[in-house]
Design a protein around this ligand. Structure first.
Ligand SMILES: C[S@@+](CC[C@H](N)C(=O)[O-])C[C@H]1O[C@@H](n2cnc3c(N)ncnc32)[C@H](O)[C@@H]1O
Length: 462
């Protein structure tokens, strides 16, 4: 039986890597195991190097124009076939985790031919031809390569750092056996290239382990649309089973719909049957459809401009535009809307880049109640947002220290301690406690606590 309290690692995998739970190893064996691991890592690095060298030699043979078409997905496929070749030649060992048979067993999109469009099939065929041209292996099956591309589409995972920023894509065939749920009982995180699945709630014996393939902060219709397009299935999880029921309609309207005209009312709106407007389900006020359409189109125009500004590095202008978007969205979106939440995220990102810490903290604090609502329980994104808030509060303390000594005495430290503690409570479950990222967070919490007790004792002394 799996229990939450021990922060379970269900699988730790990386092709060719071995996970050793050192806590179970007697002390006098640790050094021996360490040496063994260092030797094994060096050996695996040597094998990886052979693979990498072969890949580079083949890519170097391509003409300049063709090399431009070599996307990360194509390189992933080239690596897969080179790995199989080296394994067939006994240069790289075949293991239970690193084995082409696992790829053969993966679900393929081509199996659902009727659901996949012609253009997509043509693209897979073109990509397969390029892989064939790079590899120049005898007896290669181009149809098989095309099918493997379709397998990548529904089985590859985005590799992220500890703060869930995307680093690249990887194929982890054993992790790929895990099905999706919009209310998952586990999370997938990465420690470097190591994929780790951790339980986020008690998982009874014999029940299925699930992760989420998509952003869970979305209405049922949006989640189902993404899953259908990318993974070609209709989700029937407990959350999706509520589709069309009153609480699902309410939830979707709050997340992606409009707010009541009366600022004091927290009701959500539904479209009237005669299409004249939207009716507040709490107070009955009607909101004109044209008024909403006008604001939505203004937001769209501003968003296009803001995106251009931020991608061209004009951050000051982008801030002004995002603040205007926020103002308009507050007029039409529900306070718990994820659309407004995305604007705050964007503002936070840019303010951090501009080192506008005070404003960044104010925005980060605004996001917390929405995050708590849309990422309930042990969700890594909620933990990370508490962590960001804590870091900004911690920084705020130093700024206050410079500006005003009295403020330091009053202390921002307590807020930072609260935020760090909340972050630890969640992230120790989703990220474990042994990574450098978590060690840094735990150290920050310790430092903040030590400072708070020092301040308390100095106050008592004076
Ligand atoms: C990464 S694979 C998951 C493992 C797969 N079920 C298998 O047997 O190998 C992803 C594919 O599994 C299927 N799948 C995953 N979660 C599902 C779910 N909740 N309901 C139905 N099919 C699901 C879909 O076909 C999806 O494209």
């Amino acid at each position: 039986m799996l229990s939450l309290s021990c922060c379970l690692v269900l699988w730790e995998l990386m092709s060719g890597f071995i996970y050793v739970p050192t806590q179970f190893v007697e002390f006098f064996f640790i050094k021996y195991i360490e040496n063994l691991l260092i030797g094994l890592m060096a050996y695996l690095q040597k094998l990886e190097w052979k693979l990498h060298r072969l890949e580079c030699q083949l890519l170097a043979k391509l003409d300049k124009e063709r090399r431009k078409s070599v996307t990360p997905t194509i390189r992933m496929m080239v690596k897969l076939y080179l790995r199989r070749k080296l394994q067939n030649e006994n240069v790289i060992p075949v293991t239970a985790m690193d084995n082409y048979n696992l790829v053969e067993a993966l679900v393929s999109r081509i199996l659902y031919m009727s659901d996949i469009d012609e253009k997509q099939l043509l693209l897979y065929a073109q990509m397969a031809n390029l892989v064939n041209l790079i590899l120049q292996l005898p007896n290669i099956d181009i149809k098989e390569i095309a099918e493997n591309f379709s397998k990548f589409a529904c089985n590859a995972h985005t590799i992220c750092d500890s703060e869930l920023r995307s680093l690249g894509t990887g194929l982890y065939p054993v992790i790929s056996i895990i099905n999706h749920s919009c209310l998952p009982n586990a999370v997938l995180v990465f420690e470097g290239r190591l994929a780790v699945v951790r339980a986020v709630q008690h998982i009874p014996k014999d029940s299925e382990v699930s992760i989420s393939y998509v952003e869970t902060a979305a209405s049922t219709i949006t989640r189902q649309k993404t899953l259908k397009e990318q993974y070609l299935f209709t989700c029937t999880c407990v959350r999706c089973n509520k589709l069309g029921q009153y609480d699902d309609i309410q939830e979707s309207a709050i997340l992606e719909g409009y707010r009541c005209r009366d600022n004091g009312c927290s009701g959500f709106l539904l479209r009237e049957s005669d299409e004249k407007g939207f009716v507040c389900q709490q107070c009955g006020l009607i909101r004109n459809k044209e008024e909403i359409r006008k604001i939505a189109s203004d937001i769209k125009a501003l968003s296009d401009k803001a995106l251009k500004c931020s991608s061209s590095g004009n951050l000051q202008e982008a801030i002004v535009l995002y603040k205007n978007i926020e103002k308009l969205q507050k007029e039409v979106c529900h306070p718990f809307s994820i659309i407004l939440m995305r604007t705050w995220e964007k503002l936070l990102e840019i303010l951090m880049q501009l080192e506008e810490w005070k404003e960044a903290l104010a925005i980060c604090r605004l996001t917390i109640p929405v995050y708590e609502r849309v990422y309930p329980g042990f969700h890594p994104l909620l933990g990370l947002q508490y962590y960001s808030c804590g870091k900004l509060e911690w920084l705020e303390k130093y700024l206050a220290l410079v500006i005003d000594f009295i403020l330091w005495l009053l202390g921002e430290t307590d807020d930072a301690i609260k935020s760090f503690t909340k972050a630890v409570d969640i992230l120790r479950i989703t990220h474990g406690t042994s990574t450098p990222f978590m060690k840094e967070l735990l150290m920050k919490l310790e430092e903040a606590r030590a400072e708070a007790s020092f301040k308390l004792s100095s106050r008592e002394d004076s």
